[in-house]
Design a protein around this ligand. Structure first.
Ligand code: SF4
Length: 259
């Protein structure tokens, strides 16, 4: 930053929004806070605390983040022409210590008489937030297969896509559909002719964009090894494999259910 101040601003720290925003690491909030607190200029520094105070003061029930422009306009209309630094600092302190997310201490607040949310008894409900859309649920059936030596069958996932190149327990496709039955899943089994035993319970895992529910079946191969795409791993060596958390959960579940 010192280089930018020396190079672009002739060694003088900028005192305009444009100048401050040209410095590395300074965004809109920091620029406004510097303008107000360091240079006593009427700038509107918006953070979560200020948004909360404005939503309550004006009883803005529209949810965030859509209500940000309204809250900013309310905040901007209150910035005084003089001593805006003191005002900004006081507003930060009010949001951090009195108009807190839970149990705001309205009795100590200088805006208690003016506050619309307090009058309506909805202060703790504000600011409203847009409900997050529920994640879709994908389901699959996982085949935990061991051979006569007790080795566990794994396979490598395709290089591209989710968990690309990592190891996995063979599963049916992960689909947003009802849980697959064992009968319908057999074409996806890693080896033919296995007597698959359904294990009780489900394995659940949360990915960023979906919830995953896995039904687990276990089976034992009569011989050793087999399956062209299968990699047979001793139980002791499972920890050395690039197994994602969801696959470790499936293996632990199978172990706990007596696979
Ligand atoms: S009166 Fe209560 S809810 Fe309203 S701004 Fe003050 S502390 Fe927040």
């Amino acid at each position: 930053m010192a280089v930018a101040v020396a190079g672009q601003h002739g060694g003088r720290f900028p005192d305009t929004e444009e100048g401050l925003l040209s410095l590395p690491g300074i965004g809109a909030y920091t620029a406004a806070a510097i303008l107000a607190i360091a240079f006593d200029k009427p700038a509107t520094a918006m953070d979560g605390n200020v948004e909360r105070v404005m939503a309550r003061l004006h009883a803005v029930t529209d949810p965030l983040p859509g209500s940000k422009p309204i809250l900013r306009a309310h905040a901007a209309s209150l910035v005084p022409a003089r001593r805006s630094g003191d005002y900004t600092q006081a507003l930060f302190d009010l949001g951090a210590t009195i108009c807190t997310p839970r149990k705001p201490r309205c009795i100590l607040c200088p805006w208690t008489a003016a506050c619309e949310a307090r009058k309506q008894g909805i202060a703790e409900d504000l600011p409203a937030k847009t409900a997050k859309a529920a994640k879709p649920t994908r389901r699959a059936l996982a085949f935990v297969l061991t051979d006569a030596r007790g080795h566990v069958a794994l396979r490598r996932r395709p290089e591209k896509g989710l968990l690309g190149g990592m190891m996995e327990v063979p599963t049916t496709p992960w689909e947003a559909a009802p849980a697959p039955t064992l009968a319908a899943s057999r074409p996806h089994a890693p080896l033919a002719g296995i007597d698959w035993k359904p294990l009780p319970g489900l394995v659940r895992h949360t990915f960023t964009h979906f919830e995953f529910e896995i039904t687990v079946v276990a089976g034992n191969a009569a011989g050793t090894g087999g399956g062209t795409d299968l990699i047979w791993v001793t139980p002791d060596a499972l920890g050395d494999e690039a197994l994602p958390t969801v696959m470790l959960k499936i293996l632990r579940h199978a172990l706990a259910k007596g696979a």
